[in-house]
Design a binder for this molecule. Sequence first.
Ligand code: SF4
Ligand code: SF4
Length: 296
Amino acid sequence: PAQVASLAADIQKKVQDHPCYSEEAHHHFARMHVAVAPACNIQCNYCNRKYDCSNESRPGVVSEVLNPAQAIKKTLAVAAAIPQMSVLGIAGPGDALANPARTFEVFSELQKRAPDIKLCLSTNGLMLPQYVEQIAAANVDHVTITINCIDPDVGAQIYPWIFWNHRRIMGREAAEILIAQQQKGLEMLVARGILVKVNSVMIPGINDEHLKEVSRVVRAKGAFLHNVMPLISEAEHGTHFGLTGQRGPTSEELQALQDDCAGEMNMMRHCRQCRADAVGMLGEDRGSDFTMDKVE
Ligand code: SF4
Ligand code: SF4
């Protein structure tokens, strides 16, 4: 029982510090993302490569891609300027684990120079099982996996290809591998006590009904939080790679699905779909105050 209580206390602490994991914390703590991960190893049909990874981020303007040294410098500058800054996340503009050298360099350097900053990582999950050890060793407390499906037939409509073992794999087979890697990565992270948030992009007519099943499965495996986000398909963001004419959900549809998924699962309802270089409290973006020309 003592062990259970201390585990619970440990999780409680991790939740309290992160504005995305706790509605309460989001009023008191700020987070920032550094855009150090330009490459991606899969193709999502809803991705518009001109903008940030839709894993987490609202397509808007392309983030300024930083090298690790710049990212570290920027993080330290922001932490000095914004005392509530509790979390540094790497969420794109591609996939954090498709750029492992860059991602882990930032984490390990910050771990040495600013050990109070919590580290957070977002990924499509393809490379997750291979990096769980390194994630744990880097003291990353929070990982977000974007899981849009657990059925390869649904996946084949969302992911045209993945890049795997040095070759491109298409269609259903690609989705099958991606799904297996995501689920395995989720289990491995939970086993290590790392808090996992699952993001899902709701795509009407493609995975909307299916996401209820996804929610049940990831909850059963120990995901801490489920964040169902709307597909953003606004004309000004251009044509999506493979979903021409695909609409996003209405806010009523989104809310109905979030309610259906709720059950005992914690649903995140305050996600702002931040950019890959967002800075500040959720809902405010001070990224433009901290561009490299201003922190260098
Ligand atoms: Fe685009 Fe992100 Fe999907 Fe990669 S994981 S294709 S960057 S949306
Ligand atoms: Fe948090 Fe959502 Fe922003 Fe990610 S995109 S930092 S989950 S509010």
